[in-house]
Ligand binder design. Structure first.
Ligand code: NAD
Length: 501
């Protein structure tokens, strides 16, 4: 347990992490059980009281100090991410950069978003002064995935801390080292608040223990299947739950779009990080007039890409060994169902790497179109018009992100308004994920709730409404002493006023 509570007894078990690229062992980490998780939560609870009592400016300064430490140690953090996930060093460094942007925004804006706010009163409450305040929840449990092991959980950790909470973080068992380093840097940069952020390590049972530990909210990022299990545990104690799950993001390309820009963005959105991005591009709907040309330009870009372990590789290996079989099933199934492989195919799967696969004409009910592939595979299907593209994009059980390529921002925004996705980028892919002020999250199998932005700060608070009576009302309606005639007069007055409009 980092951040760190001495163990009651020596750890009974440890687990080993391995390099996804070479299979070499990387490190040993303790398996934290229910007792240690509970202790971490108790410690975070004790530390949280002092943290919440700090002036907002002091919390901001301390969080910015942590950001500075992360920036100073960028290379070490990126190295750990690269080792654990297999992604190229440059991609890992960009993940740290994105995280710094978000942490900085949360630290700087928390006081403005969460400060006490006066609200107006009503006809019978004019004697009250009314305000609302966002108060920290207490201790937030964060369960994270492995694909962006720093950036993704920090969308909850950084915002929850900025809102005045303590945090216990359970990173993926594939990437515990990143979580451990994060908490170590916090302890060094934020002195005097030991235990406020603790990383506990282990697999599903450790996450399960966190869900049962009495945290005041659980922020989960991972697959919808696991989200259902964790949510069911949280239901037992009515623990609030936030779910950031998978996606099957669609890109719509209209006839007047800049095809070079679209092809470039589609290739990157689908293939970077080996396609292991929750809001990565998995489906493209291109109107018939430009479909063939778009396919040719995506293939042209994709065929120059090369997965590998070298620093200059385009992307790395599949981080989760089991995911390789899923990707293979989707590609094989798409071709068997009548889809055409324009680049690669079932033979592109050479564990732990998968070379780029570009498909077309894949039936909408094939797994490659309906399920999250989470690999470097993209299907570009032709559609008659934008209406059909919107219909198909929306006909998914996922609703996380989407993108539209067309001429003119206004036309793009009009198409965006018809999409069910939680976030839409016009003339770029994943643009929304890099803007800290924009909330991020989806619906249906993509989960619910929002991280990032003002909503992401409020997600880790509870609203308290307060009225302060300024003077005695001429007619005290909240008293048994109100004469019946007074009450009737009040009802007549209200009826007359409300009937007017
Ligand atoms: P996963 O569901 O296998 O695991 C996620 C986390 O849950 C891990 O830390 C795991 O140890 C833990 N866990 C597993 N079983 C548990 C249980 N019974 N109780 C408590 N915790 C448990 O997901 P993954 O493979 O780590 O991540 C990939 C998934 O995450 C993909 O579906 C991807 O789209 C999604 N994802 C979503 C976002 C987003 O913001 N929407 C971001 C990144 C990844």
């Amino acid at each position: 347990m980092t951040g760190t509570v001495p163990a009651a007894a020596p750890h009974a078990t440890t687990f080993t992490t391995y390099s996804p690229a070479t299979g070499e062992p990387l490190a040993e980490h303790p398996v934290h059980g229910p007792e240690e998780v509970s202790r971490a939560v108790a410690r975070a609870r004790a530390a949280q009281a002092g943290w919440a009592a700090l002036p907002a400016s002091r919390r901001r300064a301390l969080l910015l100090g942590w950001k500075k430490a992360l920036a100073t140690e960028l290379d070490a953090v990126a190295r750990t991410i690269a080792e654990e996930t297999g992604k190229p060093a440059g991609d890992a460094a960009m993940e740290v950069v994105l995280t710094l942007e978000h942490l900085g925004w949360a630290a700087r804006h928390a006081w403005r978003v969460l400060r006490r706010r006066r609200v107006g009163t009503g006809l019978f409450t004019a004697h009250q002064r009314a305000s609302l305040v966002h108060r920290p929840l207490g201790v937030v449990g964060v369960i994270g995935p492995w694909n962006y092991p720093l950036y993704t959980p920090m969308g909850s950790i950084g915002y929850a801390l900025a809102a005045g909470n303590g945090v216990v973080f359970k990173p993926s068992e594939l990437t515990p080292g990143t979580g451990v380093l994060l908490a170590e840097l916090f302890d060094a940069a934020v002195p005097g608040h030991a235990g406020l952020l603790t990383t506990v390590t282990g697999a599903a049972p450790t996450g399960d223990a966190l869900a049962r530990s009495g945290v005041d909210k659980l922020a989960f990022t991972g697959s919808p299947g696991t989200a259902r299990k964790v949510m069911a545990v949280c239901a037992g104690t009515l623990t609030p739950f936030l779910a950031e799950c998978g996606g099957k993001d669609a890109v719509i390309v209209t006839a007047d779009a800049d095809l070079d820009a679209a092809a470039d963005a589609i290739a990157w959105g689908a293939l970077s990080n080996a396609g292991q991005t929750c809001a990565g591009v998995e489906r493209v709907y291109a109107v018939r007039e430009i479909h063939e040309e778009l396919c040719a330009r995506v293939v042209e870009r994709a065929e120059s890409l090369r997965p590998g372990a070298e620093a200059d590789a385009s992307y790395g290996p599949m981080t989760l060994p089991d995911q390789v079989a899923v990707v293979e099933r989707h590609v094989t199934g798409a071709v068997a169902a009548g889809g055409r492989a324009l680049l690669g195919g079932p033979g592109s799967v050479r564990p732990p790497y998968v070379a780029p696969v570009v498909l077309t004409g894949v039936p909408e009910d094939a797994a490659a179109m309906a399920e999250e592939t989470f690999g470097p595979v993209v299907a570009i299907n032709p559609v008659a018009d934008v209406d059909e593209a919107v219909e198909r994009a929306n006909a998914s059980r996922y609703a996380l992100g989407a993108a539209v390529f067309c001429r003119g921002g206004r036309a793009g925004a009009a198409i965006a308004a018809r999409l069910r996705a939680g976030a839409v980028s016009v003339n770029s892919v994943l643009g929304f994920a890099a803007v800290p002020a924009l909330p991020f999250g989806g619906s249906q199998d993509s989960g619910f709730g929002r991280i990032h932005g003002e909503e992401g700060l409020r997600a880790f608070t509870s609203v308290q409404s307060v009225t302060v009576q300024r003077f005695s009302p001429p007619v005290a309606l909240t008293s048994f002493g109100v004469p019946a005639a007074t009450r009737e007069r009040a009802v007549r007055l209200a009826r007359a006023l409300h009937r007017r409009r």
